[in-house]
Design a protein around this ligand. Structure first.
Ligand SMILES: *[C@@H]1O[C@H](CO)[C@@H](O)[C@H](O)[C@H]1NC(C)=O
Length: 118
């Protein structure tokens, strides 16, 4: 009886462990792109990218998050988002960008990359 209890406990433990581990080191799709938290991360990415330019070009205007993935990393998560944004000075042209934002467990964000796709 004791062995069965142990086995059940271990199986449950391993099941929980594998669920947690699933988001570690591999990108998982973000199902709800309209989630406020995802919008917040996209907004942060555009803002941080604009801050890097420090006035050398007009700020981008975030249009929409087109797709997204996340990955569990040490101390938080990495978010890989593809988004569209308007470039005001270039005749309101819409560009596609890919960005990676790290967010730690205290919701502190850091822009890791931001590049134009087309
Ligand atoms: C999250 O990042 C901020 C800013 O870098 C840092 O001050 C804070 O300690 C971090 N929190 C954790 C739990 O790592």
């Amino acid at each position: 009886m004791k062995n069965i209890t142990f086995l059940v406990t271990m199986t449950t433990f391993l099941a929980i462990l594998s669920t947690t581990a699933a988001s570690w080191g591999s990108w998982q799709p973000i199902k709800n792109l309209n989630d406020e938290h995802i919008k917040e991360i996209a907004g942060f990415a555009v803002q941080a990218y604009d801050e890097q330019a420090s006035g050398r070009r007009p700020p981008l205007k975030l249009l929409k998050v087109e797709s997204g993935q996340f990955e569990g990393v040490a101390g938080g998560k990495d978010y890989l988002l593809t988004l569209t944004a308007v470039v005001p000075r270039e005749g309101s042209r819409v560009n596609l960008y890919e960005t990676i934002v790290y967010e730690n467990v205290s919701n502190q964000k850091k822009l890791l990359s931001f590049k134009k796709l087309l």
